[in-house]
Design a protein around this ligand. Structure first.
Ligand SMILES: [Zn+2]
Length: 436
């Protein structure tokens, strides 16, 4: 009795050991980036003249795996429920933007960070009010309420200020609307603004907003700009690095998922490369600023990607490397051509594949279909067949996703975890922010 009492008393005298929290958090989400995307990127990068397959930045930073199931009648999450879990530590239904099943808003880590005097940034290659970034900044019963979500970026205030100090990505059409001009609203609050990637230098301080296209940013495989996400990441880190109380920066490689939905492997590899270059920038920042934690994960897997198909023991990356545009862009170009020979020739120029008579017939029939997805589907099917890339779905799957961590407290993210555990740990760190 006495000893129990004594040990209890002793315990109460022990100082509470707080986990030393990183000052800055860089949270990178590869939308749709299941484990086979990481493996695919490694082999895609591998040069046949090298004997050994080299690690990628993803391999170097890998620490664990996470489950992604939502609070819904399915194991397969969408990006909204996935991002809600990653932003709040709470699971919800598919379509939810940081609200629970009763439609009650769930506080996000960026709202908490703002309340505690930290600085927040968002970078996305999709529209900035798309599901993943939205779940960090807003609340909505449905991800489809894109205008409401954009409104909330300006209207949801903490101590009179919007939650995000920096927003970079696409989607200007949701911010400059007939019924409301949110860009003017942000400008009135002192936000610097640009809509032009080439004028990114005109953003010199926070707060700032850069909406670089009407909708999403161009797909990496079609873009004239090389390493766009890395450039935007570098810019964001330059702007945020002066934050007295540290920052939370979320960077989304948004379009990996869209390539997965299209079952377009060349598109997916280009997006993975774009994301990898951005991770290199973030990793270098952590090296120079050890008080920073870099976390990388995905919200779910898309497409049921497999490397090898149809019983053949090969995955032909050399086929994928020759593809010069996304299936969507190829379909668009081919649809403009009248002559069969021109279509066949252009297809070969853009994909490196030559079509036999039967294949050309299939392609011509598909391109004539009113449903543009049929033409796209036929093009990516040729590429998948030639490269022996397998897909099981045009949607998401319940496959676990990789977790990578680097920098301060990276070892806290080892082994298997649920996606909510990642957010809970980050929230715990943010809670330790000392008022400035
Ligand atoms: Zn998706």
């Amino acid at each position: 009795m006495r000893s129990v009492f004594l040990s209890l008393a002793l315990t109460s005298l022990l100082p509470v050991i707080a986990i030393a929290a990183p000052k800055n958090i860089i949270y990178m989400i590869g939308d749709g980036m299941g484990p086979s995307y990481v493996a695919a990127y490694r082999y895609y990068q591998h040069q046949p003249d090298q004997t050994k397959v080299a690690n990628t930045v993803f391999d170097d930073l890998l620490t664990g795996m996470a489950s992604t199931y939502p609070d819904d009648d399915t194991l397969v999450t969408d990006s909204a429920a996935g991002a809600t879990a990653l932003a709040t530590g709470v699971k919800s239904y598919n379509g939810a933007i940081s609200v629970n099943r009763q439609h009650i808003p769930i506080g996000t880590m960026m709202q908490l960070a703002k309340r505690l005097g930290k600085t927040n940034g968002i970078v996305a290659s999709s529209q900035v009010n798309h599901a993943t970034p939205a779940s960090f900044l807003a609340h909505s019963n449905s991800r489809r309420n894109m205008n409401d979500i954009a409104d909330m970026y300006l209207d949801y205030r903490i101590d009179g200020k919007p939650v995000a100090d920096l927003i970079i990505g696409g989607g200007s059409k949701y911010f400059a609307r007939q019924d409301r001009n949110l860009i003017e609203g942000f400008s009135a609050l002192g936000y610097q603004y640009t809509d032009n990637f080439l004028q990114l230098d005109s953003i010199t301080r926070l707060p700032a907003l850069a909406l670089l296209s009407e909708d999403a940013l161009p797909a990496a495989l079609n873009s004239e700009v090389v390493n766009m996400l890395a450039t935007l990441t570098d810019k964001a880190l330059q702007l945020l690095s002066g934050a007295d109380n540290g920052f939370v920066l979320m960077i989304e490689g948004s379009q990996i998922d869209w390539c997965g939905h299209d079952n377009d492997i060349a598109c997916a590899m280009a997006e993975m490369h774009d994301f990898a270059q951005a991770i290199q920038v973030a990793r270098a920042y952590v090296d120079a600023n050890p008080d920073t934690l870099l976390i990388i994960t995905a919200d779910h897997e898309t497409g049921g990607l497999s490397l090898g198909a149809n019983g053949v023991y090969q995955w032909r990356t050399e086929v994928i490397r020759k593809v010069k545009a996304t299936g969507r862009a190829i379909a668009q170009q081919l649809r403009k051509l009248e002559n069969q020979q021109d279509i066949s020739k252009r297809f070969t120029e853009l994909t490196g594949l030559s079509l036999n008579k039967a294949q050309l017939h299939l392609l011509l029939t598909a391109l004539k279909n009113e449903d543009e997805k049929i033409g796209l589907g036929q093009i990516v099917q040729f590429i998948s067949e030639a490269s022996l890339t397998g897909w099981t779905s045009g949607g998401h799957t319940a496959a676990d996703v990789p977790v990578m961590a680097y920098g301060k407290n990276a070892s806290e993210f080892n082994g298997f975890m649920d996606n909510t555990a990642i957010a809970k740990k980050l929230i715990q760190y943010i809670q330790q922010t000392q008022p400035h």
